[in-house]
Design a protein around this ligand. Structure first.
Ligand code: SF4
Length: 467
């Protein structure tokens, strides 16, 4: 999905920008970049981060950068920030999310006389499309507002200008933006980020979560609202279940506490006898702790992560790299596993291949007696259409099960979504057998919504419901 970070103040911003952007590394694995504005004007630096972590790629760059304001991004789709010379003057842009009507928009803009650089591997950079659409407006704020009306999908934007940073959340708040201020009363410095997980360590506190569609200007004078929030909200539920950092919160709701509540709900609907509960590191851990707290079954670690800095196995673009990361990052603890009955909590089952071939296999190979898998969300039936997603419909575990049971792909999976049907039960049992586990019980959607704590109509549930 990508992550954004911006900082503005009366002192040099570069160290805060460097670490603040790096704190979003769990949200993308392909491109990283930063741009600053200072006495020497605008400066940007962009690198691929698929082979090296953001910090090691940019550690030399950021020491050469100078400026009082800056923006950064981690993104899987487009290298950014990009700097533009426009009728509004020079500015830099970062834009994360997904533009589903990209081809149509690019065609229209080309007809209007726009031109785009060709990205390595083909395609047009999202930041270039966003900037071209902003430039259609009478000013930057109107340009951002009309850009969001035209784009299908979901885009959050930061625009760095000499007067400050314009920050705009996507129109229904599908993905978050949070504002912070320096804890030092002597310092006038403000930050904006996709996640607030960096704030504490960088010396900032949360001021507010931007509302859906809201646009603000951050400067050393403070935060000025330029467009109020809209009325419709559809925030991504998957942020709490998997994507977000455990130390983050969205709409004031903690990711880690939500995962603990998910685990509680899983435990309340379960009666399996087991020797311990475990989470698949890292994103299954909070759910498993919640399960252990509620059930009284001890929490143990049959699998440990080789290094906390290891990349996520979900975000890399090819299955080969995802599998390699997944193979290397988890080590089995045979002394814990051997002869044990275990409840394994994971955030979700996407394709099921890593869980089956790498996690479950490691547990059986090391002497597990029973493996009971408990995903902390319902069966995933649809790939995300609002952020770049590595999953296709056909490769989802549910769809593979349906294909095997029906002998073909079907367009309407509603009977399989309905928990009261025989077809649903057969789909779950097919996945259980395919995973080669003793039992499989998914989180109920009403429990997941309850665990997050927002009304269902304010949450995006597309992954599970297709609407
Ligand atoms: S489709 Fe799924 S991953 Fe995408 S925004 Fe909605 S809940 Fe989040």
């Amino acid at each position: 999905m990508g992550g954004l970070f911006g900082v503005v103040g009366t002192d040099s911003c570069v160290q805060t920008l460097f670490y603040g952007t790096d704190y979003h590394s769990h949200l993308g694995t392909e491109h990283g970049g930063m741009a600053v504005f200072g006495e020497k004007g605008f400066y940007n630096t962009i690198h691929g981060i698929s082979q090296a972590q953001f910090k090691s790629r940019f550690v030399d760059d950021y020491k050469k950068m100078e400026g009082l304001s800056g923006i950064g991004a981690i993104d899987d789709e487009s290298p950014q920030p990009l700097i533009f010379r426009s009728k509004f003057g020079l500015y830099a842009v970062v834009a994360t999310g997904l533009i589903t009507n990209k081809n149509k928009l690019v065609g229209e803009l080309l007809n209007e006389g726009a031109s785009f650089t060709e990205m390595a591997g083909g395609g047009v950079n999202n930041a270039e499309i966003v900037a071209s659409l902003i430039n259609r407006g009478d000013n930057i704020v109107e340009g951002i507002a009309s850009m969001r009306g035209i784009i299908e999908g979901s885009i959050c934007v930061l625009v760095l200008t000499p007067e400050g940073i314009y920050a705009a959340r996507d129109k229904v708040g599908r993905f978050p933006l949070v504002l912070g201020q320096s804890k030092d009363p002597q310092k006038r410095s403000f930050v904006v980020a996709t996640e607030a997980s960096s704030f504490e360590n960088l010396g900032y506190s949360i001021m507010q979560f931007l509302g859906p569609g809201e646009i603000v200007l951050l400067s050393s004078e403070g935060i000025k609202q330029l467009k109020p929030e809209g009325t419709e909200k559809k925030i991504c539920s998957f942020l709490w279940i998997y994507t977000g950092s455990p130390s983050s919160s969205y709409e004031g709701i903690s990711v880690e506490r939500t995962r603990e509540r998910c685990g509680c709900y899983l435990a309340r609907r379960d009666n399996v006898q087991a020797d311990f509960v475990a989470g698949v590191p890292d994103s299954g851990v909070g759910h498993a702790i919640g399960y252990a707290m509620e059930s009284g079954i001890p929490y143990r670690r049959p699998l440990v992560k080789y290094t906390p800095g290891y990349g996520r196995s979900y975000t890399p673009p090819t299955q080969e790299i995802r599998d390699l990361v997944a193979t290397m990052k988890l080590s089995a603890v045979q002394e814990v596993i051997n002869g044990s009955r275990m409840i394994i909590c994971d955030d979700s089952i996407v394709r099921g291949t890593q869980l089956k071939n790498l996690t479950v296999k490691k547990l059986w190979d090391n002497g597990a007696k029973e493996i009971h898998v408990r995903p902390a969300c319902p069966p995933l039936m649809f790939p995300c259409i609002y952020a770049s997603s590595t999953r296709t419909t056909a490769e989802l575990a549910c769809r593979k099960a349906i294909r095997a049971l029906e002998g073909k792909d079907i367009d309407d999976p509603s009977e399989y979504l309905d928990r009261s049907t025989e077809k649903h039960a057969r789909m779950i049992d097919w996945i259980r057998r395919d995973l080669n586990v003793t039992s499989l019980k998914y989180m109920l959607i009403e429990d997941m919504i309850e665990a997050i704590g927002l009304p269902a109509d304010q949450l995006c549930l597309y992954c599970w419901q297709g609407a």
